[in-house]
Design a protein around this ligand. Structure first.
Ligand SMILES: CC(C)(COP(=O)(O)OP(=O)(O)OC[C@H]1O[C@@H](n2cnc3c(N)ncnc32)[C@H](O)[C@@H]1OP(=O)(O)O)[C@@H](O)C(=O)NCCC(=O)NCCS
Length: 153
């Protein structure tokens, strides 16, 4: 598995990983309606292309195929972190996070913030992030709860 920079030409592959990753989230964390609303955020392709072009985007590649990705906005906000279902629990998110932490430090950021899903909460807590607040996101006709978190560098 290697980490590679991600470009706008990767958008279709990145969105496949995003959709598969969200689809497998268990009903303990979010309802089917909430998961469908979350997946629907893949429809705004222009927004994704803009984020991929402007932010620090990396992908985890296995056998020439992306199996996960992550992004850092303004060197201090972890925006995306998604791993394909078959490749979870193998330390790939950890490698992506470690890389983004090193980029944030190189750019003299003193913290990284993120909005963690319920599904990723344990992962971020295990990595030293602390909960600052609870967010309620309105997507489509439904709302999703996540956690505003911070890691001091
Ligand atoms: C949350 C998410 C990004 C974690 O990705 P991941 O690649 O599975 O994460 P890692 O493998 O680095 O770590 C996850 C767990 O696997 C364990 N692990 C890592 N390598 C392992 C290995 N070789 N064997 C067994 N377990 C392993 C880690 O210790 C960690 O344990 P924990 O659950 O006790 O914390 C992933 O589950 C995901 O994409 N979820 C859905 C989308 C989502 O919610 N994204 C976050 C949006 S903010």
């Amino acid at each position: 598995m290697v980490l590679e920079r991600t470009y706008v030409t990767d958008t279709t592959d990145i969105l496949k990983v995003f959709k598969h990753s969200v689809q497998q989230i268990g009903s303990l964390d979010y309802s089917q309606q909430q998961i469908e609303a979350w997946i629907s955020s893949a429809e705004d392709i222009q927004k994704w292309k803009k984020n991929i072009a402007n932010d620090y985007f990396i992908k985890a590649v296995k056998n020439d195929y992306p199996v996960g990705f992550a992004s850092l906005k303004n060197n201090n906000f972890l925006d995306y972190l998604y791993i394909s279902p078959n490749y979870q629990k193998k330390g790939i998110a950890q490698k992506l996070l470690n890389h983004l932490i090193s980029i944030a430090k190189e750019n003299k950021s003193d913290c990284i913030k993120t909005n963690s899903s319920k599904s990723a909460l344990k992962f971020f807590l295990n990595n030293g992030f602390e909960i600052l607040d609870t967010n309620i996101l309105k997507i489509g006709g439904t709302s999703l709860e996540n956690y505003k978190m911070i890691l001091m560098l």
